[in-house]
Design a protein around this ligand. Structure first.
Ligand SMILES: Nc1ncnc2c1ncn2[C@@H]1O[C@H](COP(=O)(O)OP(=O)(O)OP(=O)(O)O)[C@@H](O)[C@H]1O
Ligand SMILES: CCCCCCCCCCCCC/C=C/[C@@H](O)[C@H](CO)NC(=O)CCCCC
Ligand SMILES: [Ca+2]
Length: 500
């Protein structure tokens, strides 16, 4: 047995190790290889690999191989380097944007201390831009960035920063491919560059829902090993004018009001959402309007089937293929099947993914899928404070948040919302006939906010940004973007099963 080198990791002999043995499992995850020293007849070679920890965390571990001769050590090093070079999914050059003001303002420190050293060890080169103002990253990606030089884009920040990045990338991809990004009926071209998220925000919902944790080291390792996870994107239009894209939550009513209120408290950091959440829960505003939607037909999965979207999800694979092959026919077949619901709502939420985050580990729609071409439209009708609290608390417990008489959920491909004050004259007349005097009074009070009555309209929270319009048309674009992630893994604890 060769003596251990003076590193913290245990030594293993290279000679008898054959592919298929334990070391070969680890070698699949190798991202660093360097022959560091030579002892008398012994070559020492530390190899870094990924080790799974608890709660979906990944860590970089090291194993030290020793070889009896320098020649055999070099053969091993060359062999492993060749394998790594042949792996086309691993990025070699990345464009990194850091928001220094997201979350607890730790983005720069997190990147420099936790991520940059890992990229350097893995031989990934980077071009780093620390943003100087909001939309800096978006505008740079739209017009200036030389994207051909890079294998991916990395976003250091929260959901808002990620939103900037995808707005820049999607726009650029459409313009480069001569597609009109402003038209709601256009089939958008998918972005070829993958996006990596190093979480440094307040909610980090997109990172959490695609990786299973909001841990910067784990995300860096997913980028290094070259993971890929497709993701749906919703385009949002108002009167045929493009407003924004959304990948996680589009929320009117409760979540719109929480966001509006919390923006005034940005100085508080992530705690602003707790305070505004409590305030808006107590305020208990409801809003009137009309929701029309195109139900998703012929696809696998329903919002209440309990099937979670996990790594290698068959629902996403099946539906993704169905939509890409039959997109045209599918849209035409479904035209005319629009359904309409008119009512008073405490919240209207569209979750294009589970929206799991540390505040709500299973998310707003636990069975929503990352890449199935649909969004889960959740309507929470006017109810008592007590009942609304029951619904909200179910975001944090195991109970079904949709198993309540005042909540309904529909898996949809497209939906529209019109607040009551924007409805056409004929619609309003219909409402006046249907409704009683008290409701007419609430409409009148819209125009007289000084009287202290409830406001008639809320705002849309679009992935943490406020939309400028309330009447919107939302369409899901199946698998428009790709992330350096693999979806949440469901593994038996302690098992390493990545041998492929
Ligand atoms: N240099 C900058 N100065 C000011 N604002 C910036 C800068 N760079 C980016 N931004 C903006 O900061 C906003 C918030 O950033 P980010 O999403 O990173 O953090 P957060 O809002 O705290 O987290 P989360 O979105 O996860 O709740 C984004 O909308 C982004 O456009
Ligand atoms: C009385 C209180 C009961 C407690 C109920 C807790 C429920 C928590 C659900 C959290 C759901 C977050 C959905 C994610 C939305 C993100 O796209 C967005 C951008 O980061 N974050 C917010 O809008 C931030 C929204 C934060 C809302 C609290
Ligand atoms: Ca989806």
């Amino acid at each position: 047995m060769v003596p251990s080198p003076s590193t913290s990791a245990p030594a293993e002999t290279c000679g008898p190790v054959l592919p298929g043995s334990v070391c070969a499992v680890k070698l699949r995850c190798v991202f660093l290889l360097k022959c560091v020293s030579r002892r008398v007849c012994v070559c020492v070679c530390p190899v870094s690999y990924v080790e799974r920890g608890r709660q979906h965390r990944w860590r970089c571990a090291q194993v030290t191989f020793t070889c009896p001769t320098e020649a055999s050590c070099q053969r091993w090093v060359a062999g492993i380097r060749e394998l790594l070079a042949a792996n086309a999914s691993r990025p070699r050059r990345l464009l990194v944007y850091i928001n220094p003001y997201g979350g607890k303002k730790q983005g720069k420190r997190i990147y420099e201390q936790k991520v940059a050293p890992l990229f350097a060890r893995a031989g990934v080169s980077t071009h780093v831009i620390v943003t100087e103002y909001a939309n800096h990253a978006r505008d740079h990606l739209r017009t200036e960035a030389e994207l051909k030089q890079f294998d991916g884009v990395v976003c250091v920040g929260g959901d808002g920063m990620f939103s900037e990045i995808i707005h820049g990338l999607i726009w650029r991809t459409q313009v480069d491919g001569s597609v009109d990004p402003g038209c709601p009926d256009e089939t958008l071209s998918p972005c070829s560059l993958r996006v990596g998220i190093i979480p440094a925000g307040s909610t980090d919902c997109i990172c959490f829902a695609t990786v299973g944790t909001n841990d910067p080291v784990t995300s860096a390792l997913h980028i290094i090993v070259g993971d890929s996870q497709a993701m749906d994107v919703c385009s949002i239009h108002h009167n045929n004018t493009f407003l924004r894209y959304s990948v996680s939550l589009l929320g009117y009513g409760f979540y719109g009001d929480v966001l509006t209120d919390s923006e005034r408290k940005r100085w508080m950091g992530p705690a602003r959402y707790d305070l505004s959440g409590l305030k808006m829960f107590l305020t208990h505003h409801y809003y009137e309007g009309t929701v029309s939607y195109l139900p998703a037909r012929g696809i696998l999965g329903t919002p209440r089937d309990g099937a979670r979207c996990r790594s290698g999800c068959v629902v996403c694979q099946h539906n993704g293929q169905l939509l890409s092959e039959k997109a045209e026919r599918y849209e035409t077949e479904n035209d005319g099947e629009w359904r309409t619901i008119r009512g008073k709502f405490l919240a209207i939420n569209a979750a294009s993914m589970s929206c799991a985050c540390p505040r709500s580990p299973k998310g707003l729609s636990p069975a929503a899928h990352l890449a199935d071409g649909t969004t889960d439209l959740i309507l929470v009708r006017k109810c008592s404070r007590f009942n609304f609290l029951r619904h909200l608390l179910r975001h944090t417990s195991k109970d079904d948040q949709f198993d309540l008489t005042f909540v309904e959920v529909h898996r949809v491909r497209r939906f529209r919302f019109t607040p009551r004050h924007c409805q056409s004259d004929s619609d309003l007349e219909l409402d006046l006939r249907e409704n009683n005097k008290g409701q007419i009074f609430s409409q009148i009070c819209t125009d007289h906010p000084a009287c202290g009555c409830a406001p008639a309209y809320s705002s849309w929270n679009c992935d943490g940004e406020i939309l400028t319009h309330t009447a919107i048309d939302v369409r899901v674009h199946c698998q428009l973007i790709k992330l350096f992630a693999r979806g949440i893994e469901e593994l038996e604890s302690g098992l390493c099963v990545t041998v492929t």
